[in-house]
Ligand binder design. Structure first.
Ligand code: IPM
Ligand code: MN
Length: 365
């Protein structure tokens, strides 16, 4: 029995966001029941939904609620409905603003392909089985936030910038994780072209050498890294990279597992930890009970890890694996025309698996 209470701020957002957040909430409610944990939920407008209802993608109430909470869970944001909007008024600006305001500079995106689930991969199972990569993406700097940013009629400017201090702190996160894992960090940059990348490389090397002598750090250009992730993904342990490269490489890495719908993430290091499935809002399947809830459910597991409740996190992770192992997959993981499990049914399978697994363990004890 865990006697503690937690407040979770739910940000369903757009597209399939509300469906996957509902699935994640069902899992959290189950956790509350099984472990006697008092979980309090708040739901707030975010992204395009908040633009429609309040005229801004990140209403002040939403931000304040996230700051007060013990954790925030986002569903997804964006969609064609808001594509005509520019820059600061887009749904995406709400997410970038939330990350920045919370100060969550470290985005952890794990991609694990256990042997038993390698058949779900887009790539040949024997190439990907055993892959276990943690992408550590810098989240509140780089070209996503650099100034000046200009969109004129005949030219445009985005600015990639990183300070030494920003590179140092994200390097420390990557190296700390490497020490808990297999001791290797691959820092990914474009140091053959970009000045920012040369500073990145130098700083990452220095921090690793001075503070983490047990960690092996290697450097790789981002173009090669994209290829290596496909050719030989098992060579990677922790990937350390900036905001833009991390965004791109994590989508690529999702093909190793089989679908973007499987990848969770945690945004850490700030006022409140924020958890986000890596996938987008998938407007084409929104509202059809077809979305894969695994990314959102595993993001909840990351929340419990962050709260130092590993037994709960492990129960969620093992239950999801078991449901997948039993051959239950959502539409994103089957060929067109093949049978698949709907979002709410998949979630129910996970909830049932959690309950029966918890009871089995309780009886064994
Ligand atoms: C992600 C998304 C976001 C990003 C968008 C929606 C702003 O693609 O979390 O990977 O680029 O960070
Ligand atoms: Mn992305």
């Amino acid at each position: 029995m865990i006697s503690s209470s937690k407040t979770v701020c739910l940000l369903p957002g757009d597209g399939i966001g509300p469906e996957v957040v509902a699935a994640a909430k069902a899992v959290m409610v189950t956790v509350g029941d099984l472990f006697g944990l008092a979980l309090r939920f708040e739901e707030h407008a975010f992204g395009g939904d908040a633009i429609d209802r309040f005229g801004t993608p990140l209403p002040p109430e939403t931000l304040e609620a996230c700051k007060r909470a013990d954790g925030a869970l986002m569903g997804a944001i964006g969609g064609p409905k808001w594509d005509h909007l520019s820059g600061d008024s887009r749904p995406e600006a709400g997410l970038l603003g939330l990350r920045k305001e919370l100060g969550v500079f470290a985005n952890l995106r794990p991609v694990a392909v256990p042997e038993s689930l390698a058949h779900l991969s887009v790539l040949p199972p024997d190439k990907v089985a055993g892959t276990d990569v943690l992408v550590v993406r810098e989240l509140i700097g780089g070209i996503y936030f650099g100034k000046p940013r200009v969109l004129a009629a005949d030219y445009a400017i985005d600015t990639m910038t990183y300070t030494v201090q920003e590179i140092e702190r994200i390097t420390r996160v990557a190296c700390t994780w490497a020490m808990r894992r297999n001791g290797k960090v691959t820092s990914i940059d474009k140091a053959n072209v970009l000045a920012v990348s040369r500073l990145w490389r130098e700083t990452a090397s220095r921090i690793a050498k001075d503070e983490f002598p047990q960690v092996v750090v290697e450097h790789m250009y981002v173009d090669n890294a994209a290829m290596q992730l496909v050719l030989n993904p098992r060579q990677f342990d922790v990937i350390l990279t900036g905001n833009l490269f991390g965004d791109i490489l994590s989508d690529l890495a999702s093909t190793l597992a089989g679908s973007l719908g499987l990848l969770p993430s945690a945004c850490l290091g700030g006022i409140t930890p924020l958890f986000e499935p890596v996938h987008g809002s998938a407007p084409d399947i929104a509202g059809q009970n077809k979305a894969n809830p695994v990314a959102a459910i595993l993001s909840v597991a990351m929340m419990f890890h962050e709260w130092a409740m590993p037994e709960i996190a492990n129960l969620i992770e093992e239950s999801v694996s078991n449901v997948l192992l039993q051959g239950n997959v959502t539409a994103d993981l089957v060929l067109e025309g093949q049978p698949f499990i709907r979002t709410s049914d998949f979630t129910l399978l996970v909830v049932n698996e959690m309950t029966s697994k918890y009871n089995r363990v309780a009886i064994d004890v």
